[in-house]
Design a binder for this molecule. Structure first.
Ligand code: KG4
Ligand code: ZN
Length: 335
C-alpha cells in the first residue's frame, strides 16, 4: 500500500511516499531559511512559502519514488498541532487531491508523527513502550500501550526543551534555530564548567520545566565580559546542554522502571542531540532497557512520519473525513 504524506505544520514543507508504513520511497523536505533573519518563525511568511513550494515538492516526491498519483492508495496530512496558516496549506492541498482523485484521506496528529518515526524505522520495537517526544514545540513523556493508545505521563510546565536550546543559542549569538549548532559547539566544551539548575529533577512527577534554565544561562552570560564569554562559550554550551539533557534522561528512566517497560524511544528535533543519545546509552548500559531513536532526517519535521501514521491508522480505523480542519493546539490524547 502506497501512502502519500504531507507535512506543513511549521517551517518545513515536506511530501513523502511510504510503502506499508515502513519503507520510505521518497521523503522530500524543504526547510524554509527565510525565518533566520527574524530570529523565529513568522507564520504569515511560512504560509506563503508553503503555498509557493508545495506543488513542486509533491511532484518531486512522486518522481523520486518512481510512482504516479494513480499508484497512491492513501493520502495523509498533518492537521495539528502547529501554526494554523501553514497547517491549512498542506491540509487543503491534501484534501483537494484526495477529493479530485477519489483517494482515502487521513488527517494526522503531528506529535503522533514524531512518536511513529520510531515505529516506521524499527519494526522490532515493542508495541508497549515509553516515548520521549522532544521538539521545538513539545516535551512529552508518553506511555504507548500500542500504536494509537497513549497515556501522557508528563509534559513541560512552560518552555519546550527545543525552545530552550533555541533561546540559549540565540543569547549566545548562534542564530536561529540554534539547537544543532549549540550541540556542535558543546562537543568542544567542559560540561562540568558550571552547574546550571536541573528543574524539578527530584520530585515524583514526570513534569519538566525549562524557562528557569534558559533564564539562568542568560543571566550568567550577561555578567561576563566579552573576552570571558568568548573564552568559555563552548563550556557554557556544554554545561547548559548537560542540565537540559540530564532531566530528560533521569525522568524517562524513572518512568520505565516504575512502569516496568523495556523499550524507550526518543523523537522530535532534540532527539538528534548527541549528548541526549550518549547519556541515555551510558545509563542503560548493561540493563534490560533498549533505546531507539530515528535517523537524523526523521527526527526533525518530515512527511514520512506523517505517512506512516496515516497507514497504521487506516489499518486500525479505516479512512478519515474530508471535513477535517486545522487544529493548532491538538493534543496527542485527543485523536
Ligand atoms: O521536531 P522539530 O523539527 O520541530 C518541531 O516540531 O518543533 O524540532 C525542532 C527543534 C528546534 O528547537 C531545534 O533547535 C531542535 O529541534 N534541534 C536540536 C538539535 N537538532 C534540532 N536541539 C538540540 N540538539 C540538536 N542536535
Ligand atoms: Zn515537529
Amino acid at each position: 500500500m502506497f501512502t502519500l504524506g504531507i507535512e506543513t505544520s511549521c517551517d518545513e514543507t515536506s511530501v513523502a511516499i511510504v510503502r506499508d508504513g515502513h519503507e520510505i520511497l521518497s521523503n522530500v523536505i524543504l526547510s524554509q531559511t527565510i525565518h533566520s533573519k527574524y530570529g523565529g518563525v513568522v507564520p504569515e511568511v511560512a504560509s506563503r512559502a508553503h503555498l509557493k513550494t508545495i506543488i513542486p515538492i509533491y511532484h518531486k516526491a512522486l518522481q523520486e519514488a518512481k510512482v504516479t498519483i494513480d499508484d497512491i492508495d492513501l493520502i495523509a496530512a498533518t492537521m495539528g498541532p502547529g501554526l494554523v496558516g501553514p497547517l491549512l496549506v498542506g491540509l487543503s492541498f491534501a484534501k483537494g487531491l484526495a477529493f479530485a482523485k477519489d483517494i482515502p484521506f487521513i488527517p494526522v496528529n503531528h506529535t503522533e508523527g514524531h512518536l511513529t518515526a520510531n515505529i516506521l524505522e524499527h519494526p522490532d520495537l515493542d508495541n508497549h513502550h515509553l516515548s520521549l517526544i522532544v521538539s521545538g514545540g513539545h516535551t512529552l513523556l508518553v506511555e504507548v500501550m500500542e500504536f494509537g493508545r497513549y497515556k501522557i505521563l508528563g509534559q513541560t510546565k512552560d518552555d519546550a526543551a527545543g525552545e530552550a536550546f533555541d533561546k540559549v543559542a540565540k543569547v549566545m549569538g548562534l542564530g536561529y534555530p540554534g539547537g544543532a549548532k549549540l550541540d556542535k559547539l558543546a562537543q568542544s566544551g567542559n560540561a562540568r564548567y558550571f552547574k546550571f539548575p536541573r528543574a524539578i529533577l527530584n520530585d515524583d512527577s514526570y513534569m519538566f520545566s525549562y524557562s528557569g534554565l534558559k533564564t539562568a544561562v542568560a543571566l550568567y552570560i550577561e555578567k561576563l565580559s566579552a573576552e570571558e564569554f568568548e573564552k568559555h562559550k563552548a563550556d557554557i554550551a556544554a554545561s547548559f546542554q548537560e542540565a537540559a539533557v540530564e532531566v530528560l534522561v533521569k525522568k524517562t528512566l524513572r518512568a520505565v522502571r516504575d512502569k516496568n517497560i523495556r523499550d524507550i524511544t526518543i523523537s522530535g528535533g532534540v532527539a538528534a542531540n548527541s549528548r541526549l543519545r550518549s547519556m541515555f546509552q551510558e545509563k542503560i548500559k548493561g540493563s534490560k532497557f533498549r533505546l531507539f531513536y530515528p535517523s537524523l532526517e526523521l527526527c526533525t519535521d518530515n512527511a514520512a512520519m506523517i505517512a506512516a501514521v496515516g497507514y497504521f491508522r487506516y489499518q486500525k480505523d479505516g479512512a478519515g473525513e474530508l471535513i477535517a480542519n486545522a487544529v493548532p493546539n491538538l493534543r496527542l490524547d485527543e485523536i
